[in-house]
Design a protein around this ligand. Structure first.
Ligand SMILES: [Zn+2]
Length: 69
């Protein structure tokens, strides 16, 4: 579920700094526990093509719940 408020601001992908896990909010599952993330640890990205994501977090993991094919 896309969230409008801080720290999400309508963006699709939520990166959790605490776990190194990237979530797709448009395919969010209850197991993602997005609402339990510490907002201080969340970085948001509009798309997976943002080079900043790879530069900032080259070892990011895709969440098995919302980003498995
Ligand atoms: Zn997830």
């Amino acid at each position: 579920m896309i969230r409008t408020q801080y720290p999400f601001f309508y963006k699709r992908y939520a990166y959790d700094l605490a776990t190194g896990m990237l979530h797709d909010l448009t395919n969010e599952k209850s197991d993602c526990k997005i609402d339990e993330l510490d907002e201080e640890n969340i970085e948001m990205y509009s798309s997976l093509n943002e080079t900043s994501l790879m530069l900032d977090h080259p070892t990011y993991k895709k969440c098995p719940h919302c980003m498995s094919e």
